[in-house]
Design a protein around this ligand. Structure first.
Ligand code: ADP
Ligand code: GN1
Ligand code: MG
Length: 369
């Protein structure tokens, strides 16, 4: 194990030489390690990505606040707070994170036993369960004091600002990659109108701001190995006030895709309508009738906009030299952008089907009022 990890673990009261550590998971942002202790207990050690999160103290204040709040709610509802939400482990000093001499921030979560995260849906029922859980998560946080939350990543889902940043990256062309991606550039510019749809509605006061997850993809939820139920929403770094359709949309772009996010064979990439329907049903159930009619009718738009925004972000990062998203191979961010654009084309073709599915479940709200 790396000596540095050992010295970090000591700060959390774990004696040197009593555990093994390995890199874990497939998150694009933080560095995650699985710590297996001699006594059989496991922990998740994470180094918070400092170039993404400029104020890790504020991230941790949010995470501690939200997890405590959820623990209480889960306890009241008779659930198991140890499995159904994250637990931050304190350092021997009683802090929720450790800042090392190099200024790197580390935290430890209790490991959630007997559950897994998926990069691809294995069964539609798992996807439905993840939808119920993400909807329920939003519902549980409905009375969280939103004003106490720090905006950990300002403008995170400001699609217009994302497009602006993309244009600046194009202009700078820092890695001379622009010439390799003209088709993708044209694709983004041809659909620029998408960048203003939600912003305009917000300006007119037509969309409620809710406490949302903001990174609601399938591998940020843990599915129980035995029951197939989604038990715990993880990766709480971006919990902030946001739009319900964005959480919905992020889940669709990642989980309703028939291929991995970085698939190179685009023929394999499409938006599966069976999965889309399972998610609509589960999400509305999880939100328990709280979404407005306008929010519900905008769910397909949420899917398209989040897929567009994410594609724009991947392409921007590719143009800028892959500083933001972790990569394991040279053109991975371009491959990721291409899958997003293929998904958008597919959604454009299936637009009527998507809207009809949502209309079918819109009755759910009416029946539960
Ligand atoms: P990132 O921000 O880099 O995506 P995450 O917090 O999502 O980091 O963690 C990355 C991966 O680590 C998750 O997808 C999951 O597989 C695993 N993981 C994170 N927290 C836990 C936990 N408490 N118990 C078990 N696995 C976890
Ligand atoms: C990142 O951290 P992770 O891998 O769960 C990113 C999301 C993107 C996603 C694309 C803080 O999520 O916004 O949608 O990659 N998280 C952050 O897969 O930027
Ligand atoms: Mg994650």
């Amino acid at each position: 194990m790396c000596g540095h990890c050992e010295s970090v673990l000591e700060q959390f009261g774990i004696a040197p030489g009593t555990c093994s550590v390995r890199i874990f998971g497939s998150g694009h942002i933080n560095r995650t390690y699985l710590v297996s202790q001699e006594n059989g207990e496991k922990l998740i050690l994470q180094r918070i990505n400092r170039s993404v999160f400029q104020k890790p103290e504020e991230v941790m204040e949010n995470v501690v606040g939200v997890t405590r709040f959820l623990q209480e709610k889960i306890r009241e509802a008779g659930g198991d707070p140890w499995r159904e939400t994250l637990h931050v482990m304190e350092t021997v000093q009683g802090d929720p994170y450790f800042r090392d001499v190099q200024g790197k921030y580390w935290r430890i979560y209790r490991y959630i036993e007997g559950a897994s995260c998926y990069d691809l849906v294995e069964k539609p029922s798992d996807f439905y369960e993840s939808a119920v859980a993400f909807g329920h998560f939003q519902n549980l946080l409905a009375d969280y004091p939103a004003e106490s939350l720090h905006e950990t990543l300002p403008g995170f889902h400001d699609t217009r600002a994302r497009v602006q940043k993309f244009k600046e990256a194009l202009e700078a062309d820092a890695c001379q990659r622009k010439r390799l991606v003209q088709k993708e550039i044209d694709f983004v510019l041809a659909r620029e109108d998408l960048a203003d749809v939600f912003g305009d509605l917000q300006k007119r006061g037509e969309l409620p701001l809710r406490v949302t997850h903001n990174d609601a993809k399938l591998n940020n939820i843990m599915i129980d190995d035995a029951t197939g139920k989604a038990i715990c929403v993880i990766d709480l770094d971006t919990v902030m006030p946001g739009l319900a359709m964005n959480d919905f949309g992020d889940s669709i772009r990642f989980g309703a895709s028939t291929a991995l996010e970085d698939e190179t064979d685009l023929a394999k990439v499409s938006c599966d309508m069976e999965l889309f329907e399972a998610y609509v049903k589960g999400f509305l159930e999880g939100c328990d009738g709280k979404l407005t009619d306008l929010e519900i009718s905008l769910l397909p738009m949420g899917a398209k906009i989040m897929t567009y925004e994410c594609g724009v972000r991947f392409l921007t990062d590719y143009l800028e030299g892959d500083h933001y998203f972790h990569i394991e191979r040279e053109h991975q961010n371009l491959d990721r952008a291409r899958t997003q654009f293929k998904l958008i084309e597919d959604m454009e073709q299936k637009w009527k089907v998507m809207q009809d599915i949502v209309k079918k479940y819109q009755n759910y709200k009416q029946n539960h009022q």
